[in-house]
Design a protein around this ligand. Structure first.
Ligand SMILES: [Zn+2]
Length: 117
C-alpha cells in the first residue's frame, strides 16, 4: 500500500495541474492508479508507463520536476511495462559498439558475396 500512496503523491499534482494521466488518449477510458506504473525515478525525473485496461494502448511519459517548472514528454508506445524497464536500463550505445556492429555486418555480407561467386 505504501507504494501506491507514493505513486499517488507524484501523480496527483500532475493530474490536477496538467490534465494528464486521467484518461486514455486513444479510447478516453478513465485511467486509475492501477494503470500507471513508475519505470524509473531519478532526481525528480520520472518515467511512467500507462496502459489502458480497455484498449491496451500504452503511453510512456517522462516528467521532470524542478524549480523552474515541470517538463512533460509523452509518447504512444507498444512497450509493456517490463519492456520499458529493460530499455531504460540498457546502456547508451557508444562508438566502439557501433564499430563492432558495423564490422560484424560487413564480414557477414562480405562472406555472402564470396560464397555467391
Ligand atoms: Zn484506451
Amino acid at each position: 500500500m505504501t507504494e501506491k500512496s507514493e505513486l499517488s503523491q507524484i501523480i496527483e499534482p500532475l493530474r490536477s495541474q496538467f490534465m494528464i494521466m486521467k484518461e486514455c488518449l486513444v479510447c478516453k477510458s478513465k485511467l486509475t492508479d492501477k494503470n500507471i506504473k513508475i519505470v524509473s525515478e531519478e532526481n525528480s525525473s520520472y518515467m511512467f508507463h500507462l496502459q489502458c485496461h480497455k484498449c491496451d494502448n500504452a503511453l510512456v511519459l517522462l516528467a521532470s520536476i524542478n524549480e523552474i517548472g515541470v517538463g512533460i514528454v509523452g509518447m504512444m508506445s507498444d512497450l509493456t511495462f517490463e519492456d520499458a524497464k529493460k530499455m531504460h536500463k540498457k546502456e547508451v550505445i557508444d562508438e566502439d559498439f557501433l564499430l563492432d556492429a558495423y564490422q560484424t555486418l560487413y564480414k557477414i555480407s562480405f562472406n555472402k558475396y564470396l560464397n555467391l561467386k
